[in-house]
Write a protein that binds this ligand. Structure first.
Ligand code: HEM
Ligand code: HEM
Length: 227
């Protein structure tokens, strides 16, 4: 069967940019020295990505929408029972269990980025809202920022195991469609285009919001710097 479009360009861009950003955040925080300013900038960009995908989950194309894959426990259980069988029927968009990666990532990466805004390295760099938070809130946010990433790594590990299971056990490649957007489905089940104009308008609005959030709204800082 001819391969037709299922994943729109914004979903694919979101996915691969998120992978790059999370690698960048880990590198700039844990490996590279003196890279905290870059860490902040990538963090702001990542927060923008997450807000964009949240909106796209309601306004995007058919398979990008949360309503196309969020299901109840019965459907998820039936899916989990069928995953061990080679007769497994493949979903066109996300399956009901695998799709949970999206809300999980939106919540966890969102919290990671927001807590970063209230975090300080106790030397030179402080997030733009660090000084305006109470001591208790600063400690909470610092704790979140230091611990959420490990949970995120565990979820990413599961995600990669599931994709490996599809590839090697079920002989079904999910990676290629995440790259070129296409799957072997009928034209009726595919999407006609990526709705790029709508996506660009949303991206611009999100960019303006992030600029306001990190540059205009934060209170001035007397001692210390933020980027
Ligand atoms: C930092 C690491 C990663 C994160 C946080 C992540 C997160 C996600 C998220 C949120 C989705 C849902 C996409 C959406 O609907 O917008 C997704 C889907 C997907 N990801 Fe990843 N991903 C990561 C790494 C990878 C890697 C390395 C691969 C390839 C080897 C991969 C392959 C896929 C595929 C194939 C799907 C679509 C699954 C399906 O068909 O239902 N991901 N991922
Ligand atoms: C999703 C985006 C982000 C990710 C994945 C991320 C990840 C991390 C990680 C893994 C660490 C090291 C934590 C540790 O040593 O236990 C860290 C440290 C840090 N992050 Fe982020 N971060 C993000 C966004 C931000 C943002 C937006 C800011 C500030 C505007 C920020 C500020 C900081 C600071 C100041 C530290 C140093 C904390 C310390 O030395 O105690 N991060 N980040």
């Amino acid at each position: 069967m001819k391969r037709n479009l299922v994943w729109d360009i914004p979903v694919r861009l979101f996915h691969w940019l998120l992978v790059l950003c999370l690698c960048g955040q880990w590198l700039t925080a844990e490996v590279l020295e003196d890279a905290m300013d870059i860490h902040f900038y990538i963090g702001y960009f990542t927060l923008g990505l997450i807000i964009f995908r949240l909106i796209w989950g309601f306004l995007g194309t058919k398979y990008a929408k949360f309503s196309s894959f969020i299901a109840g426990p019965k459907t998820m259980l039936a899916y989990l029972k069928s995953i061990g069988s080679k007769q497994h029927t493949f979903s066109i968009g996300h399956n009901s269990v695998g799709g949970l990666i999206l809300p999980a990532v939106i919540i966890l990466v969102g919290l990671q980025a927001i807590s970063g805004l209230f975090t300080s390295d106790d030397i030179l760099y402080t997030g733009p809202y660090y000084d305006s938070a109470s001591d208790d809130l600063q400690q909470w946010m610092q704790w979140l920022h230091h611990n959420i990433f490990d949970l995120l790594l565990a979820i990413i590990g599961l995600h990669l195991v599931a994709i490996g299971w599809y590839l090697f056990f079920l002989k079904h490649n999910l990676i290629k469609p995440m790259l070129d957007g296409k799957k072997a489905v009928s034209t009726k089940d595919s999407i006609s285009h990526s709705q790029l104009i709508k996506a660009i308008v949303i991206m611009c609005l999100v960019a303006v919001f992030i600029y306001w959030l990190v540059e205009i709204n934060p209170p001035p800082i007397d001692d210390g710097y933020y980027y």
